[in-house]
Ligand binder design. Structure first.
Ligand code: 3PG
Ligand code: MG
Length: 404
């Protein structure tokens, strides 16, 4: 790992830390937090700074409010939650830049925390805007990036803001932990056999990933919507199954197959699939071979033979990476595949394998099966985790800390 400063390189006594966190936590319609992993993982950084009597200003995004203030996307609800978790009073302020915010920061006592309103209430946040960055830079004198979930985005608070801090910028402990765990996967450092399981709907973002794993993984399992483009180029019929609308995918896949002819046997696709006659939980269902899905029907989960094949491979693995469900697991009738995978990964981890799971859906399915605690490492990043593995840590947010 390139030398990158962390919060351990600073003493925060009499300093004001401006911490970029990712508090974009999943909530239900009553704004009750469904999964607080991102908050829990950010606590060590906050505690370190508080224990040294530093002041803390927290900045984050929440959802995608498209550059406009809105109640739905306010971060206000988190102030109480954080106060309880940290046992320190967390003060909230309903803006993230301007005179009033600066005054609040000045009023802050050492060892206190100020949580500011959603950065994305300003459209400038998503536009790498130098003026917005300048305004934010007035709020602290050491910049800390602990927002792994968003470190792959070219957003002002991630890539531009750190430029205003010279040498006084670093990553937090959440970020450090993420980088260290993902490192186990780069260059095949993990113990063999190494298995990578990729699911979810979007294949375009994952083709490159397949390329970076193909040299060292022993098995690459493909499930969910991602598998249909593979079936299609092999001449199968996929009925009405949802497939990402991107004309370049088939060509890219064909190239991949040509380039790695002698390795292609490590890629495992589902053999059978649970099909439905409409996209709902109560739809009529059948189990058919995945390459012959009739018109009017769509694949919504992997079938029993595929579950068995995938689980057999998982059970023999020593290192496993999982991102993305293998079916529409939100519908209970189509969740068996994903839940079986979740259990298989948890079981093999208990037997000593190293497992790394990222992405909101995969983590949610582990929780459904009550086995999230058994996984070696849950990543707080979905897209960020994949980009980190793909680009080998040239993530924009990390580069911004390394550069002077
Ligand atoms: C996430 O939840 O994926 C991160 O917080 C990034 O959010 P974004 O996908 O809206 O940029
Ligand atoms: Mg996302």
């Amino acid at each position: 790992m390139k030398k990158i400063k962390t919060v351990y390189d600073f003493n925060f006594e009499n300093q004001t830390a401006l911490i970029r966190v990712d508090f974009n936590v999943p909530v239900n319609k009553f704004k009750k937090i469904i999964d607080d992993t991102r908050i829990q993982y950010s606590i060590p950084t906050i505690q370190k700074i508080i224990s040294e009597k530093g002041k803390i200003v927290l900045i984050s995004h929440f959802g995608r409010p498209k550059g406009k203030p809105s109640k739905t996307y306010s971060l206000k609800f988190l102030a109480d939650y954080l106060s309880k978790q940290l046992k320190i009073n967390v003060i909230f302020f309903e803006d993230c830049i301007g005179e009033a915010v600066i005054n609040k920061v000045h009023e802050l006592k050492h060892g206190e925390i100020l949580l500011l309103e959603n950065l994305r209430f300003y459209k400038e946040e998503e536009k790498e805007d130098i003026n917005f960055a300048y305004e934010l830079s007035k709020l602290g004198n050491i910049y800390v990036n602990d927002a792994f979930g968003v470190v792959h985005r070219f957003h002002t608070s991630i890539t531009i803001l750190p430029r205003f801090f010279g040498n006084k910028k670093c990553i937090g402990l959440l970020m450090k932990k993420e980088i260290q765990h993902l490192d186990q996967f780069l260059y095949g450092k993990g113990k063999k056999p190494i298995t990578v399981l990729l699911g979810g709907a979007k294949i375009s973002s994952k083709i490159e990933l397949i390329e970076s794993f193909i040299d060292f993984a022993d098995s690459i399992l493909i499930g969910g919507g991602m598998s249909y483009p593979f079936i299609k180029i092999k001449g199968g019929t996929i009925g009405n199954s949802t497939i990402e609308k991107d004309k370049t995918i088939e060509k890219t896949l064909q190239k991949l197959f040509q380039k790695y002819q002698n390795k292609i046997n490590i890629i495992h696709l589902p053999k059978d699939v649970v099909i439905a006659d409409s996209f709902k939980n109560e739809a009529n269902t059948k189990i058919v071979p995945i390459h012959s899905i009739p018109n009017g029907w769509m694949g919504l989960d992997i079938g029993p033979i595929s579950i068995k094949n995938f689980c057999n491979i998982i059970e023999k693995s020593k290192t496993i990476l999982w991102n993305g469900p293998v079916g529409v697991f939100e519908f209970s009738n189509f969740s068996l595949g994903t839940r079986s995978i979740a259990r298989a990964i948890a079981n093999v981890t208990e037997k000593g394998a190293f497992s790394l799971v990222g992405g909101g859906d995969s983590i949610a399915s582990l929780k459904m099966e009550n086995c999230d605690k058994k996984i070696s490492y849950l990543s707080t990043g979905g897209g960020a985790m994949l980009d980190c593995l793909k680009n080998n840590k040239t993530l924009p947010g990390i580069n911004a800390i390394i550069q002077k």
